[in-house]
Write a protein that binds this ligand. Structure first.
Ligand code: FMN
Length: 368
């Protein structure tokens, strides 16, 4: 049976309100819990969901990074963790707008300090009353509908009008957005990503860090509500487990060839690769990039377009260079900080999320 055929049906998040038990004490009227109920569907690398909230009062909270949900070896500068935390703040603002509040986020101008074994302050969040807008609820629903699709795509190019909208929107934040529908370039980009994924996993340090987030069985995924569930990865769980736990066998020969073929075959029907580029050096740059990516992904999702980031091509220096050389004159002039395949696919299995109540910080909590 094809893996996609046994995927669970899409389960929509339950309609608010949930029970008062999920509300943190400072959240008298449950406004933060309600907004988190939607914002927790923010995408994050490996679905690690690094966000935690310390409520100061009904109007203010600290956004923190969970010390047990970090990638010190594979995101040493914390750039992509800052990107996802910035996306989370954007999603939270969209959720609050539907409740009649404007959320502002003031980010700390520093990378995440991985040596601190306690929640690290990332941004101060504050609320103000805002007149409710009619379209705010529809925008909030989009937060729960956006998904990563690692399924095959349907063989058509993403419509240029959609991509041009993303391009204009990204430009308002000083970022460039480019794409290709060229068959040879798309094929080459997928091959570069495949080689980079395999090359990255040859590093024991990187493999060990990623292994923590691999959920090869339904039981494991449902026990933690985080990480990369084999169903969402579109790979059989046994294969994913064996790839990590018996890696030597997958480095060469028939198994390496099989793994690479499966990865490429799973991306059939892709006709568009797209990338963002722009300033990506300082924490403020990462926050701005997160804002750009959050709104772009939601716009794409609203237009029925799915995407699948190719993180390894961005972070692996050889793959990055190979990809830019392959693009030739259409290569971006600035730093490429995100590359993805995009297209139209079936509904992918929904990745899981930790419950709203677990996002609130409890100051008696112990971290490893
Ligand atoms: C900054 C960032 C980088 C990501 N990089 C990758 C990647 O390299 N490969 C991949 O398959 N998914 C990548 N993802 C997608 C996440 O794995 C995905 O968002 C997460 O598993 C939750 O699933 P969902 O998007 O379907 O809700 C990335 C997401 C973000 C926000």
């Amino acid at each position: 049976m094809a893996l996609a055929a046994c995927a669970p049906r899409l389960v929509k998040p339950p309609v608010w309100p949930t029970t008062p038990a999920v509300r943190a004490t400072a959240d008298h009227d449950g406004r933060w819990a309600e907004a988190l109920h939607y914002a927790r569907w923010t995408p994050s690398p490996h679905n690690m969901q690094p966000w935690r909230l310390r409520l100061l009062n009904a109007w203010q909270a600290e956004l923190c990074c969970d010390p047990d949900r970090q990638l010190p070896n594979t995101d040493p500068q914390s750039a992509f963790t800052m990107v996802t935390l910035s996306m989370f703040a954007e999603h939270l603002a969209i959720a609050f707008a539907a409740q009649g509040y404007a959320l502002s986020a003031e980010f700390v101008d520093a990378p995440i300090d991985y040596t601190v074994r306690a929640p690290v302050l990332v941004a101060m969040l504050s609320l103000e009353p805002l007149p409710k807008r009619l379209d705010a609820r529809a925008r909030r629903s989009a937060l729960c509908e956006r998904q990563t699709s690692r399924l095959p795509y349907d063989g058509s190019c993403v419509h240029n009008e959609v991509l041009e909208t993303i391009q204009r929107r990204s430009a308002t934040e000083g970022h460039q957005f480019g794409w290709t529908h060229d068959r040879a370039q798309v094929r080459a980009g997928i091959a570069i990503n495949r080689d980079a994924v395999f090359a990255d996993m040859d590093s024991e340090v990187a493999r060990t860090e990623l292994r923590r987030w691999i959920r090869p069985s339904d039981q494991q995924a449902q026990a933690t509500n985080d990480g990369l569930w084999s169903r969402c990865m579109h790979f059989p769980g046994w294969l994913l487990r064996d790839f990590f736990d018996n890696h030597r066998a997958w480095q060469h020969g028939a198994r390496a060839a099989l793994g690479k073929r499966l990865l490429t075959h799973g991306m059939r029907g892709t006709r568009t690769l797209a990338w963002w580029s722009g300033p990506f050096v300082t924490p403020a740059d990462w926050v701005r990039a997160g804002r750009v990516f959050a709104h772009a992904w939601l716009l794409l999702s609203e237009a029925g377009v799915h995407l699948h980031p190719f993180g390894s091509v961005v972070t692996n220096p050889d793959a990055h260079q190979r990809f830019l050389s392959m693009l030739g004159p259409s290569r971006p002039a600035n730093t490429m900080w995100l590359l993805a395949r995009m297209g139209y696919s079936d509904q992918p299995p929904r990745s899981l999320r930790i419950p709203t109540s677990a996002i609130f910080l409890n100051d008696t909590e112990q971290f490893s």
